[in-house]
Design a protein around this ligand. Structure first.
Ligand SMILES: O=C(O)CCC(=O)C(=O)O
Ligand SMILES: [Fe+2]
Length: 292
């Protein structure tokens, strides 16, 4: 059955009544989803109720919030140009290998994105700052303690130094997404036993903190996790919905994108426990707009 067949006049009337009673667009979407409506059908029904002239959910209507439009239509996302079918993409001075390409969810594994020297330099530059962040976290009665993530992390400022600028320019060319739409690179160090439990990288539309976060560049729509070393054992980046494990190999990277902040993107992922040695990654998160 098509989405339009499901969206009856009665459904739109009911949505209208909920809105009239003061229910927010986001609350209504969440309520419809939890009672079994497909997220994009629910968002389309809501968009059409708010603006009955809508033929396509993409059409802009002044009364429709950005979150609802994204849920209905899907956002633009970063995407490497693999159209030539070549196993190697030239970005600037570097040849990056395409090791795996999956359409849904959109996942691409790259080989040789970073040189060994670039990986070592990022580890060296972040190590001192990780040590400092440990001290802060310990003093500050655990505000940074997150049981789901047992790694330690730090952020580079975007464009912070020559190395970071060079890598950011390469990533932007690789996935066709402007440098200024990216957050600063985050480096994580996992010691043996450390892991990152499965999560989504987009901001949960139902959380009260999300609207303020979205003001700084919109939703996250893509992630690139770069491996700065090769752990002796364990530490794969896992995608439980699709049973994919990406083994960390120094200089390689896994990219994935998500056009809406919803589980149907199948982008649930985590870092499996490191069994032996350390694991170092640098993550670049891509936003819809300019990240400030
Ligand atoms: O460490 C990994 O493999 C995953 C990291 C991750 O999910 C993130 O940085 O958002
Ligand atoms: Fe993540």
């Amino acid at each position: 059955m098509s989405a339009q067949q499901l969206i009856t006049a009665e459904l739109r009337q009911w949505i209208g009544a909920q809105l009239a009673q003061g229910c927010s667009q986001e609350q209504l979407l969440a309520a419809m989803q939890s009672s079994g409506w497909d997220a994009s059908v629910a968002a389309t029904a809501l968009a059409q109720t708010l603006d009955p002239s809508l033929v396509q959910p993409m059409a802009a209507g002044p009364a429709i919030s950005q979150a609802v439009r994204d849920a209905a239509a899907g956002s633009a996302v970063p995407e490497p140009d693999l159209s030539g079918g070549r196993p190697v993409i030239r970005v600037g001075d570097r040849e990056v290998r395409v090791l795996l390409s999956l359409r849904h969810p959109r996942v691409v594994v790259f080989g040789g994105l970073l040189s060994d020297e670039e990986c070592d330099a990022m580890v060296a530059q972040s190590e001192a700052r990780l040590a400092r962040s440990e001290t802060v976290a310990a003093k500050d009665s655990g505000s940074e303690v997150n049981a789901a993530r047992t790694s330690e992390g730090m952020f580079f400022e975007r464009g912070e130094n020559e190395l970071i600028r060079r890598i950011e320019a390469r990533l932007a060319a690789l996935i066709n997404w402007p440098v200024d739409h990216g957050e600063g690179l985050q480096v994580l160090r996992y010691r043996p036993g450390a892991e990152y439990l499965p999560h989504y990288d987009y901001f949960d539309p139902g959380m009260s903190s999300t609207p303020a976060i979205l003001k700084r560049g919109g939703q996250r729509v893509g992630t690139l996790v770069m491996y700065l070393n090769t752990p002796a054992a364990g530490g794969a980046t896992i995608f439980p919905d699709i049973g994919l494990d990406v083994l960390p190999v120094k200089g390689n990277a896994v990219f994935f994108s998500y056009d809406r902040p919803q589980p149907q993107t199948l982008t649930l992922h985590g870092g499996a426990p490191v069994r032996e040695g350390e694991k170092w990654v640098a993550t670049k998160w891509l936003r819809q707009g300019v990240f400030v």
